[in-house]
Design a protein around this ligand. Structure first.
Ligand SMILES: *[C@@H]1O[C@H](CO)[C@@H](O)[C@H](O)[C@H]1NC(C)=O
Ligand SMILES: *[C@@H]1O[C@H](CO)[C@@H](O)[C@H](O)[C@H]1NC(C)=O
Ligand SMILES: *[C@@H]1O[C@H](CO)[C@@H](O)[C@H](O)[C@H]1NC(C)=O
Ligand SMILES: *[C@@H]1O[C@H](CO)[C@@H](O)[C@H](O)[C@H]1NC(C)=O
Ligand SMILES: *[C@@H]1O[C@H](CO)[C@@H](O)[C@H](O)[C@H]1NC(C)=O
Ligand SMILES: CC(=O)N[C@H]1CO[C@H](CO)[C@@H](O)[C@@H]1O
Length: 422
């Protein structure tokens, strides 16, 4: 009896001290602004858009490799394609521009809301619903791409432990990001996960530098994890560091936020329209979508993957061609990378519909800029992508997500959309 009582009080004492540290119901994270695909003079940044197109292709290629390895199968019609390469001159031009941009940046922009280790080492992170691993640059990375980045130094963290194996992602050229695998304490906006598995990249392609972030935190399902580990959010749920298994994205031209453990009711109005996710693919993938041009249903009944790590929207080549055939005056602008133009003075009224409400893309969000200085043609934010996801799967990135509030629910295995608050 006495024994039981003292055990119970010890247990309570442990819970009482553990609670403030580990159980945080929810947390809102400001997101850094992403690099625009429109240049300051209003023209389309063609090189950057091509580079991103190739990076998205290679990201999905890697996702499919991981899915196949982790589950032993791929959905029908999906296939792992050869890696796509970025022409050397494009990589070098982007690198030059990136360096200029970096020297303009205020230092504080680079210390982001994610920290790793004890004491904490801070990173600026791209929160990506289209992948499932966490990686940051390593202190032993000597590539020029790592120079301006925050780097993880395992020897300076008392909670670090190195794991077996190597992590590798192939980018647009023949270089890869690769590095060692560690476990350490990871904190995102006050939410603490211990023993989070991640990679610290020691080699990084010097030909493509990423935008204004140090690394990536994947928010999709474990099925596409290359590390074959629990992604951060799933680990946070397992460790009771988050109360509710959902997160909400508000993407805008400024003040974008990610809300972990719920949704931010200031940012949307009305209720959410939820759609079930078939978790077997590992993506935040929902079915039964149609795209409209005005009142015309251009393409119907396709699959959509909601991907915060993509800037624009991508569809299979034949479907995207069908869509633009409903846009008067539209033209194929770049057949290799699948960009189309439309007359700037009559932008198509584009909307998506999953069987209930219509979610409209604003003119500004559909327009990536003019095809050249003084041109009256503009590039549309829907381009083709043939990343091995078959003939019926589209990727909806920021150009879509900026028009809605999106909630991603592990509790319900569903994605929900609500209209933005005015
Ligand atoms: C989920 O996706 C897999 C792979 O595409 C498919 O075989 C299965 O039938 C789907 N399940 C449902 C309920 O749609
Ligand atoms: C990348 O490697 C492949 C063969 O592995 C080669 O055909 C291709 O030309 C290389 N690309 C570049 C940009 O070096
Ligand atoms: C690393 O963390 C995972 C859980 O995230 C755990 O299964 C594994 O045992 C850990 N390894 C070490 C060496 O701590
Ligand atoms: C990490 O996991 C390992 C193996 O399960 C365990 O021995 C160790 O105590 C864990 N570390 C932390 C900080 O939870
Ligand atoms: C359908 O849309 C209406 C209006 O947008 C909304 O109030 C309702 O909740 C939606 N129904 C479902 C099942 O999502
Ligand atoms: C793999 C690859 O394309 N590497 C190139 C990166 O850019 C340098 C020049 O900056 C080339 O020499 C490499 O071949």
């Amino acid at each position: 009896m006495l024994y039981k009582t003292s055990l119970a009080s010890v247990l309570l004492a442990v819970l009482a001290t553990a609670t403030p540290l580990h159980r945080q119901r929810r947390s809102s994270i400001p997101l850094p602004e992403r690099t625009s695909l429109t240049k300051p003079d209003g023209t389309f940044d063609h090189q950057r858009a091509n580079a991103e197109n190739i990076a998205i292709f290679n990201k999905y290629r890697q996702n499919l490799i991981n899915l196949h390895r982790n589950t032993g199968c791929l959905p029908q019609g999906w296939e792992i394609k050869p890696v796509a390469a970025l022409p050397l001159n494009v990589g070098e031009n982007l690198k030059r521009r990136q360096v200029v941009q970096l020297s303009d940046e205020d230092e504080t922009v680079w210390s982001g809301p994610l920290s790793i280790g004890t004491p904490a080492q801070g990173f600026s992170i791209n929160f990506d619903t289209g992948s499932s691993d966490l990686w940051v640059p390593s202190s032993s990375c000597t590539s020029s791409a790592c120079q301006s980045k925050s780097k993880y130094d395992a020897s300076q963290s008392s909670t670090s432990s190195e794991q077996q194996g190597t992590f590798t992602i192939q980018y647009g050229d023949n270089t890869t990001v690769s590095g060692s695998i560690y476990n350490d304490t990871v904190v995102v906006a006050g939410i603490t996960v211990t023993n989070q598995t991640f990679s610290a990249a020691t080699t990084w392609s010097s030909n493509i530098t990423s935008d204004s972030f140090d690394g990536i935190l994947g928010l999709a399902f474990p099925q596409i994890s290359q590390l074959n580990a629990q992604p951060f959010f799933n680990a946070a749920l397992e460790q009771n560091a988050i109360g509710v298994g959902e997160f909400g994205f508000y993407l805008a031209s400024s003040d974008s936020t990610l809300y972990l453990g719920g949704t931010d009711s200031d940012k949307f109005s009305g209720s959410f329209e939820f759609h079930d996710v078939n978790v077997s693919t590992g993506f935040w993938q929902i079915s039964g979508c149609s795209i409209f041009t005005g009142d015309t249903e251009a393409v119907s009944d396709f699959e959509t993957i909601i991907d915060s790590g993509a800037s624009i929207m991508h569809g299979p080549p034949s479907a995207v061609e069908t869509f633009y055939s409903t846009v008067p005056g539209s033209k194929l602008f770049d057949s290799e990378h699948g960009f189309y133009s439309f007359p700037c003075n009559s932008p198509p009224k584009v909307s998506f519909n999953w069987g209930n409400a219509s979610f409209a893309i604003s003119d500004a969000n559909f327009n990536l800029g003019t095809t050249g200085e003084g041109s009256s043609d503009c590039i549309g934010a829907l381009a083709t992508q043939d990343a091995g996801l078959g003939e019926n799967t589209w990727l909806l990135g920021a150009s879509f997500m900026k028009n809605v509030y999106t909630v991603f629910s592990f509790d319900e295995n569903a994605v929900g959309f609500a209209q933005l608050s005015k």
